[in-house]
Design a protein around this ligand. Sequence first.
Ligand SMILES: CC(C)(COP(=O)(O)OP(=O)(O)OC[C@H]1O[C@@H](n2cnc3c(N)ncnc32)[C@H](O)[C@@H]1OP(=O)(O)O)[C@@H](O)C(=O)NCCC(=O)NCCS
Length: 228
Amino acid sequence: MAGEAVKRTFTLQDATVDDLPDMAAIFLRGLSWDPISKVFDEILPFEAQLKVQMQRDVGRVTVGHELGASRTFKAVDESGKIVAWGGLGIPAKLTEEQKQVIKGKPVMTHIPPDWPSNFVRCIVSIDTKMSDCLERNGYDPALHFARQGTMVDTPHQRKGIGRMITRKCNEIADDAGRATFVKARPSSRPLFENEGFRVLEEIPMNYEDFGYEGNPAMFVMKREPRVK
Ligand SMILES: CC(C)(COP(=O)(O)OP(=O)(O)OC[C@H]1O[C@@H](n2cnc3c(N)ncnc32)[C@H](O)[C@@H]1OP(=O)(O)O)[C@@H](O)C(=O)NCCC(=O)NCCS
């Protein structure tokens, strides 16, 4: 019937390296509200930001998948188009080098010299604060699962897709009987709280210290496995 709302169906599949361009675009659109993303927009055109983002994720979907240290899920619509993705770090004993490659760290050591130094200090500070906070709260990559990005494309938010990805990851953690950690932004905190995560620590990002507006917090959250 004309004008009738059509209920869309979305399916979860394993993502591969071929999905990186779509994943990067969804990431950039999804975080466009973040003050630091706005600074990025002033420094780099969208296409160049896409390349940086793909370099950050490529280790996870190549070496991470090969070593069984990560899985990446994509939600696709009826036509196969990606509308969301989520990464899951799987407990694994890795060498320091493997960890750095999976995290995309080599990319961040080759920061272009023309990026403003306060911007570079700001992103390094966020990264360090979050890693320290995870460690302080007992996260051990050899023992625990870790969510690595949950990104739903703007037109498809609040349709239950973030919940679908989260429940899939929770099921895997429950089967393994292991806890899951996540570094959550304020935007995803309600989703994670509803799906069994609790906040261990709130970390102010202190953007003002670097000359940027806004002072959003990040949250380190943990979910204990459910006994089946
Ligand atoms: C945050 C995000 C992952 C949530 O995924 P989503 O598919 O939009 O959320 P869902 O529809 O699965 O929501 C499930 C439940 O979580 C809660 N929730 C999700 N988004 C919420 C919001 N913005 N405010 C309050 N509650 C929210 C609600 O309880 C919701 O259930 P309801 O819609 O029946 O009330 C998604 O909106 C997103 O990618 N946003 C932009 C990028 C981002 O900030 N990602 C988080 C990075 S850590």
